[in-house]
Design a protein around this ligand. Structure first.
Ligand code: MF3
Ligand code: CO
Length: 264
């Protein structure tokens, strides 16, 4: 996504407002995980997990950023409050009615508004026991995200964040989904700047207190970066059919260092 607009900085009280949205996002993700991860009987579908998240959103007085979202590249407005991407599907999958079975790798992504401020996060996990190589990939995605977060400090540059995310992911031999990355976030879920998942250190936008970014490594087990679009025009799957994962947090640069906003 091209984001040429000005990069906006948020005040401490605006960051607190985004953290309120972040706590709703974190609760949605926890509840989806609790419902799906222990499900061994084959009765849970992504559609049902979307209902779980929708209930949390309404109970907490929040609003979905996803329902009705219609970027120009998409064939239709987005019809759900979550993206739930299974196995070789990396991101942006519309929750469907296909029953989850043990060993499935599930990635849940959600963004909400509270009082006009957005937060966006994602987690990946298995239904029941996962393949050890996939569990290690999810751990590597977490380390990649943590490395990006650790560089969200005033005085550093956006390239430091991208470089940390990319090198940590690639160190494990994983592919990084091509053409996709993180983004600024504020009054809506997407704002300037685009945050590439690979980059050069000491280059790019200087990071200042008040900058808020959604960081989101998307890793592929096969070590490749290529992808294909699902027939619905939304979902994105690995080109080689290998499994993939996606983790994301909304993070603010503060005077006291990085602050993760998408926690309960
Ligand atoms: N969190 C996703 C992103 O940053 C947004 C998905 S938009 C949806 O790319 F419409 F697909 F939900
Ligand atoms: Co995002």
């Amino acid at each position: 996504m091209l984001m040429r607009e000005r990069v906006e900085l948020r005040t401490p009280s605006e960051i607190d407002a985004m953290a309120a949205a972040g706590s709703v996002v974190a609760e949605c993700l926890r509840r989806c995980r609790e419902v799906a991860a222990a499900e061994l009987a084959g009765g849970i579908t992504p559609r049902l997990l979307d209902d779980v998240a929708a209930q949390v959103i309404s109970d907490r007085g929040a609003e979905s950023c996803y329902i009705g979202y219609h970027p120009q590249w998409a064939p239709s407005p987005y019809p759900a409050v979550t993206c739930i991407s299974i196995n070789d599907v990396v991101v942006h999958a519309i929750p469907n009615e296909v029953r989850l079975v043990p060993g499935d790798l599930v990635s849940v992504d959600i963004a909400v508004l509270v009082d006009g401020w957005a937060a966006d996060a994602a987690i990946s996990f298995h239904v029941g026991d996962g393949d050890p190589a996939e569990i290690e990939m999810i751990a590597a995605a977490g380390r990649s995200l943590d490395a990006g977060i650790e560089n969200m400090r005033r005085g550093l540059k956006l390239g430091d964040v991208s470089h940390a995310i990319g090198t940590t992911a690639k160190a494990g031999g994983y592919g990084l989904l091509a053409d996709h990355g993180g983004h600024g976030i504020g009054r809506s879920m997407h704002a300037a700047p685009h945050v590439a998942n690979e980059g050069r250190p000491h280059r790019g936008l200087p990071l200042k207190t008040g900058l808020v970014l959604a960081l989101e490594p998307m890793l592929q087990l096969g070590g490749r970066d290529g992808y294909r679009h699902l027939e619905d025009g939304w979902g994105i799957a690995t080109a080689d059919g290998s499994r993939a994962c996606h983790v994301e947090h909304t993070v603010a640069v503060t005077d006291d260092g990085p602050r993760i906003l998408t926690v309960e």
